[in-house]
Design a protein around this ligand. Structure first.
Ligand code: COA
Length: 187
């Protein structure tokens, strides 16, 4: 049997793609400022993530584009990962947010976006990855634990932002996770 033709979109194509072994693989790419609005919408639809201002997502999609990953499938934004090199520790990649559209979860998309970050030219020379996670976010803990195991790295946890001291009781505490050592391309 032949694969479904490239370049077609719509519900009929999705059904054909599924009949031929599942939906098309997403494309991972560097975002552009024009993606900002769709990124904001994905984040707004991905609780418990904090929503961002449109301006914040525009800056991520432009100034920080090299360390941000957008996953697109059949023209839809289905995944987003924002990250930056820590100004005081540029060998550490700090992952700000990860979001996968509800109907694209459970396919390993978030893990693939983390792997994509490691091979980006903008990540060259980094040897650690950090993020923060609330205690109740089971999917996020699992995502980063599996990522650490896949890369043979160890994972350290420490309290970063405390519910009372830093959020005035309005947000759960954020636990910092640091995963190292990691291997990226050298400069
Ligand atoms: C967290 C999130 C990004 C994971 O996306 P995903 O593409 O479904 O993740 P993956 O398919 O790569 O799965 C990662 C692991 O988490 C597990 N997992 C997924 N959803 C889970 C859940 N609700 N509870 C527990 N584990 C879960 C998967 O089984 C997988 O485990 P494995 O590595 O042992 O196979 C997605 O659920 C999401 O967007 N959530 C809302 C926003 C959020 O909380 N973001 C993370 C904070 S930055």
């Amino acid at each position: 049997m032949n694969a479904p033709p490239e370049g077609e979109t719509g519900e009929a194509d999705k059904r054909v793609a599924q009949a031929f072994g599942g939906p098309r693989q997403p494309v991972f790419r560097v975002p552009a400022a024009e993606d900002g609005v769709r990124v904001s919408r994905l984040i707004a639809g991905s609780p418990p993530l904090d929503t961002n201002s449109a301006y914040c997502n525009l800056l991520q999609c432009s100034d920080f584009a090299g360390t941000c990953v957008l996953a697109e499938r059949e023209g839809e934004v289905v995944g987003w990962l924002s990250a930056y090199r820590r100004p005081a520790d540029p060998e550490c990649l700090f992952v700000w947010q990860v979001a996968v559209a509800a109907d694209a979860r459970g396919e390993g998309l978030a893990g693939k976006m983390l792997d994509e970050l490691l091979v980006r030219p903008a990540a060259a020379g980094a040897n650690a990855l950090a993020t923060t996670i609330t205690a109740a976010n089971a999917a996020s803990w699992r995502l980063f634990e599996t990522f650490a195991r896949r890369h043979g790295a160890s994972i350290d946890r420490s309290l970063r932002f405390d519910r009372e001291a830093h959020f005035a009781g309005a947000h759960d505490s954020e636990w910092e996770v640091r995963i190292a050592p990691l291997h990226t391309h050298s400069d």
